[in-house]
Design a protein around this ligand. Structure first.
Ligand code: RBF
Length: 348
């Protein structure tokens, strides 16, 4: 009898441990993924995405005893493979949510939500309304590109005694990795709109690298533009933008930078940095999801007033490179957008 009781007690204790370890194992199985459409290294938008999600998971785990596991998957630069790779990731059924970023992602993810009805997606820098498994948050890139164009416009029209690489021609350029609707309908037109607000006589060239990694092609295109009289270039080309920077240092022209703070990339040559606060956004969206607060089916566009688009005015390299008069005019336009006297809505 006594022995039986002991056995029962032992079994009860074992059961407690069993269930305790089970719930621990269940906790450890909470998984989320970041699907990078490209590669992280050298691509500010993806560096910010993965850093934001990674930091949020670490801070959530610190509070909740390490229950969330994060996988960052790079889909690589062959865009023809992205759909298959995203499908394979969703098909595992392992990830509560898949984070990703860029304007082409909503149309890759949307069909998967009928194929895998439990799979959720949070897509930054993309836009899709009304799919109950997808939440999107993009940036007001009309504001971001307008300010960049305004900076480029003020610099290209400056005299060389004020801005030493500025020539007499009023020519600027955007070097893009590829064409896509947001580039063609929002970024480039708003860059031109901003430049023409500085001086209506300015003309803007548009050139395409063909991919997001070829720095030597980026450099060749930039040198060609410089030879044609362009003195300010906005590169939006991921790793290929490095080539445009190298060409600027070699030939002597200016760079207007996009997405993150680029002043340290070429001090003396970079005249502006228009920032999308993708790291902050990724961090916040991750915590919101982990706490069950994401509103799927919604599509947000966040800009300067919301604190998700910024224009760097306080970097020492900005002060050193750009004349006081140009800085004052940029500060004014930034303030106008922030206080609502200049409204630059981003079209759908
Ligand atoms: N931006 C990058 O920095 N690196 C990339 O590899 C990259 N790939 C993109 C692929 C596609 C199909 C599209 C539509 C955009 C891509 N972007 C990339 C651009 C990015 O989403 C954003 O538009 C620009 O960085 C300007 O903010």
């Amino acid at each position: 009898m006594k022995a039986n009781k002991l056995l029962l007690a032992a079994a009860a204790i074992a059961a407690v441990f069993f269930f305790a370890s089970c719930s621990k194992a269940e906790k450890a199985e909470r998984k989320i993924a970041v699907f990078v459409p490209g590669v992280v290294s050298g691509n500010p938008v993806y560096e910010m995405l993965s850093a934001g999600v990674t930091e949020a998971v670490a801070s959530y785990n610190a509070e909740h005893g390490g229950e969330v596991k994060l996988s960052v998957i790079e889909a690589g630069t062959n865009q023809a493979e992205w759909s298959t790779k995203l499908t394979a990731l969703a098909a595992t059924g392992e990830y509560e949510v898949i984070f990703s970023s860029n304007p082409s992602l909503p149309e890759l993810a949307a069909p998967l939500t009928s194929q895998f009805p439990k799979q959720k997606f949070i897509i930054l820098d993309g836009y899709l309304k009304g799919n109950k498994n997808i939440a999107t948050v993009r940036y007001n890139q009309r504001e971001q590109a307008y300010l960049t164009g305004y900076a480029a416009g003020l610099v290209t029209t400056a005299s060389s005694s004020v801005m030493k690489y500025a020539n007499a021609q009023k020519k600027i350029a955007l070097v893009a990795a590829q064409e896509y609707p947001v580039m063609n309908k929002i970024i480039f037109p708003s860059f031109v709109e901003g430049a023409k607000a500085a001086d209506p006589e300015i003309t803007a060239e548009f050139r395409i690298v063909g991919n997001w990694y070829d720095a030597s092609k980026g450099a060749d295109i930039a040198k060609g533009l410089y030879a044609e009289g362009v003195d300010v270039i906005l590169p939006i080309a991921g790793g290929a933008s490095q080539g445009v920077i190298a060409a600027a240092k070699e030939s002597g022209f200016y760079i207007a930078w996009f997405d993150n703070n680029g002043f340290s990339k070429a001090p003396g040559y970079v005249i502006s940095s228009s920032v999308m606060e993708q790291k902050k956004n990724a961090y916040e969206q991750t915590l919101k999801f982990l706490k069950g607060k994401t509103e799927f089916g919604t599509a947000q566009t966040l800009g300067i007033k919301d604190g998700y688009v910024d224009f760097i005015l306080d970097d020492p390299a900005f002060t050193e490179t750009v004349s006081e008069d140009i800085r004052a005019r940029l500060e004014q336009v930034y303030a106008d957008i922030k206080n609502g006297s200049l409204v630059l809505n981003s079209k759908d």
